[in-house]
Design a protein around this ligand. Sequence first.
Ligand SMILES: C[S@@+](CC[C@H](N)C(=O)[O-])C[C@H]1O[C@@H](n2cnc3c(N)ncnc32)[C@H](O)[C@@H]1O
Length: 231
Amino acid sequence: MSKSGQLRLARTRTIPIPNEYILALHGEYGDWCYDEERTPELRGQWRKEAFRVPETAPLDFEIGTGNGLHFAHHAIKHPERCLLGIELKYKPLIQSIRRARRGGAINARISRFNAYMIEQMFTPGEINDVFIFFPDPWEKLRQQKHRLVQDDFLLKLFEAQRPGSRLIFKTDSQDYFQWALTRFQRSPYKVLGHTVDLHKSEFAPDNFVTQFESLFIRQGLNIGYACMERV
Ligand SMILES: C[S@@+](CC[C@H](N)C(=O)[O-])C[C@H]1O[C@@H](n2cnc3c(N)ncnc32)[C@H](O)[C@@H]1O
């Protein structure tokens, strides 16, 4: 996505020559994927209609799954929890759900949807833990308004989460990290822990290295990490 203001997504079904990933979204992985038209129809119904689990079952949410290394890992490691991912791009979307399915997960679903529109996805208190790993950093001053972590976005996310849930954020951009931390600290979230150098911190042993994280580590970049509680 090029601008946070571009909240409308092109309709997948109107794409004249669908590529293999678009075909898989509605075909091979049609039971596990939702396009931008079906996704808002499941607002308030994810457990019942998409996962077919009781309302008490935990439902985690990953924003921008990329190639799905963490998405598949989390779903496979926690069969007792449901995991919903969102991705804008078709290829990583299919890579993510394929990786989870091939790993044996039956508790993962993925939507083609825009993170800026999460209020269209969830009713208050519908989701549990949320993962935001390496969102686009929008480094230039004039681009910062496009960053996902904004005061109003955090209020929407806070409302969508169940009390006691976690929000976990990682970025390789130290500038974005400080920006995000400032907003976490003035939000209703309780900041449980944070570091500008995850891999030299007490949080390292429990950390799962994502695809982009491994690229950034190879470049010698420090990883910023913050963990919040939805009180
Ligand atoms: C830098 S990659 C990180 C991928 C993965 N989280 C990782 O750590 O390897 C960011 C991903 O977020 C997706 N993305 C960017 N903006 C998004 C948005 N507004 N809504 C949903 N996904 C988005 C991109 O398509 C891309 O796959």
